[in-house]
Design a protein around this ligand. Structure first.
Ligand code: ATP
Ligand code: MG
Length: 255
């Protein structure tokens, strides 16, 4: 199979939820592709990520991962034990030992050189995100999975982070699956954007999306665009979403 991960007709429930959190979701990511999942809070983005990684039981559907796929994963919430002192250097060596040279190189790469001796708990939000990315890069991943990697970053930090991701992709050929709320930067930095709200609401290349009638309403101006995207009513069903096709030019409207 050419895709790194391919999911078909994925439905997932959590204990205690009546309706499945994900309903009939198809997904694929190819080598060196940058795919970003956007959608409102609680729309199932992290659930999708965890299902694709094999961390959750499926109600139905299937997920295929390329055999031996090397994945670098940064979850949305990282539990760092506040009470336990740990340096950045030691953090990078968990769970797999890395050499000093590799630790130095990867911190240089992610723009936080020389932080080895610092306590993890004392890093700023932006530094921590970069250190988390550094650790995810250490096993030479073919796929980086980053769930809201820019949380806590300021605007220049967000732009710099996406630039770094593009550089990593160009240098290593790694594919990137990201969850993000940074809609405008996402549109520039992604090969494909998927809007999720329990089901796939709309999906396509940024170019294809920008050619769609709803583009201006969704992404025309930062505040307006953000508002329009999050206001669109995802209470309709899309049975088939063709790859590269913008589904639902009326995505910003109530159906
Ligand atoms: N472990 C769990 N047990 C029960 N319900 C869960 C669990 N994890 C998530 N949910 C529920 O599933 C729904 C989707 O959650 P999910 O974390 O996938 O959303 P999300 O799109 O990542 O949201 P956010 O943008 O806030 O990160 C939510 O209603 C959430 O409360
Ligand atoms: Mg989430």
């Amino acid at each position: 199979m050419t895709a790194l991960i391919r999911a078909q007709d994925l439905s997932v429930s959590h204990a205690g939820t009546d309706l499945p959190v994900l309903r009939h979701v198809d997904f694929r990511i190819a080598p060196a592709e940058i795919v970003t999942v956007v959608g409102p809070n609680g729309s199932g983005k992290s659930t999708l990520v965890r299902a694709l990684l094999g961390h959750l039981a499926l109600d139905s559907g299937r997920v295929e991962r390329a055999p031996g796929l090397r994945i670098g994963y940064v979850p949305q919430r990282v539990n760092i034990e506040r009470a336990m002192p740990m340096t950045v250097r030691r953090f990078l060596s968990l769970p797999h030992r890395v050499s000093d040279a590799d630790a130095k190189a990867v911190l240089d790469r992610t723009g936080v050189p020389g932080l080895q001796a610092r306590q993890i708990t004392q890093l700023s939000g932006g530094q921590l995100q970069r250190v988390l990315l550094a650790r995810a890069l250490l096993n030479d991943p073919q796929l980086l999975v980053l769930d809201e990697p820019t949380q806590g970053l300021d605007q220049p930090g967000i732009v710099a982070f996406y630039k770094l991701i593009e550089e990593v992709r160009a240098e290593t050929g790694a594919a990137v699956l990201m969850v993000s709320h940074d809609l405008l930067v996402v549109m520039r930095a992604s090969d494909r954007v998927m809007c999720l709200n329990g089901h796939v609401c709309c999906e396509g290349t940024p170019q294809a999306v920008s050619a769609a009638p709803a583009y201006r309403a969704m992404f025309g101006a930062e505040s307006q665009g953000t508002l329009a995207l999050y206001q669109h009513h995802h209470d309709h069903d899309h049975d088939h979403v063709a790859e590269g096709h913008v589904h639902g030019p009326d995505c910003a409207h109530t159906h």
